[in-house]
Design a protein around this ligand. Structure first.
Ligand code: FAD
Ligand code: FES
Length: 271
């Protein structure tokens, strides 16, 4: 429960409101080790604490987090400079369990900052390309300027590892040569065999619903569509109930959950 002090080693401005920070522990304890899809609670001393996914897995004990500044705590985190200090608790929650998708086709769908927890999935698959079938990475952003990890996406697109990477934006001027429309539009034209596919989807709730529907229409089974749920969190250890959806504690049982389990709970809550 005690946040461990970490120092900011690097800061990268991704877009006008998205920043990546790399942090490492400054105490004598062993580094925290997270899996793709897990999150840490990042604590700005005197301001507050928020859940933030790991956006890259590093082997050197450093943690990488990509933050969209939407409010008090995220703005403070995004404003950190190298040398600044942040408290870290974690890692928490389930991961994407990418290894369990070995031998299958993969569809990765990220909307906006939702690409952050998915970047480690793509990087794992590229590093172990032979273990997977066809791989499609579908990325959506509001405008071209809001695309996060542009350099990574470019590398994925130009790698010779046979990964189909498509990017779309909701709104663009004439200078944007790419696709305009919602990310779920890309699903129908992606190359995968539904019967052997596992999908990983993260983004706004409405986008995850539409993505799930589009995948289901192509006959991808609901239990093989994994979503990452976002809920307000406080304790992150299944004690306070802030993140509870029915019998699910998103901090402990999620954030990654099969669509078959998560979507019925979201439907009840929305009534
Ligand atoms: C498991 C998990 C993983 C997450 N991973 C990431 C991540 O990798 N990167 C990241 O940037 N965020 C991530 N989030 C979301 C992040 O935790 C919230 O944006 C954060 O808690 C907001 O806190 P705040 O104090 O900055 O904003 P607040 O002061 O609490 O909110 C300010 C305003 O922003 C609105 N708001 C709050 N959250 C969001 C949101 N997500 N999108 C748009 N508006 C919002 C509020 O409704 C309010 O109006 C994750 C959340 C969860 C549950
Ligand atoms: S955040 Fe407290 S129960 Fe999940």
């Amino acid at each position: 429960m005690r946040p461990r002090p970490h120092q900011v080693l690097e800061v990268k401005i991704e877009t006008a409101d998205v920043t990546t920070i790399v942090v490492a522990p400054i105490d004598a304890e062993p580094p925290l080790v997270a899996r793709a899809g897990q999150f840490n609670m990042l604590w700005m001393f005197g301001i507050g604490e928020v859940p933030i996914s790991v956006s890259r897995i590093r082997r050197d004990g450093a943690l990488v987090h990509t933050i969209r500044a939407v409010g008090v705590v995220t703005s403070a985190l995004a404003g950190l400079d190298a040398g600044g200090v942040v408290g870290v608790r974690g890692p928490f929650g389930t991961g994407w369990d990418v290894d369990s998708a070995a031998g299958r086709d993969l569809v990765v769908v990220g909307g906006g900052i939702g690409l952050a927890p998915l970047r480690p999935v793509v990087e794992h698959v590229l590093a172990n390309r032979g273990d997977y079938g066809r791989v499609s990475v579908l990325v959506g952003a509001r405008t071209p300027k809001d695309i996060v990890f542009g350099e990574d996406i470019d590398q994925w697109q130009h790698s010779d590892l046979g990964v189909d990477v498509q990017v779309t934006v909701d709104v663009a001027g004439a200078e944007w040569p790419g696709h305009v429309g919602v990310v779920t539009d890309l699903i129908a034209s992606a190359h995968f065999e539904p019967a052997r596919t596992i999908a990983f989807v993260c983004g706004p709730e409405a986008m995850m619903r539409f993505a799930t529907r589009a995948l289901q229409e192509l006959a991808v089974p609901l239990e093989r569509i994994r979503l990452s749920a976002e809920r307000n969190m406080q304790c992150a250890i299944a004690q306070c109930g802030h993140c509870q959806l029915g019998d699910v504690f998103v901090c402990r049982d999620g954030p990654v959950l099969a669509a078959a389990r998560l979507l019925p709970l979201l439907a009840v809550r929305g009534r």
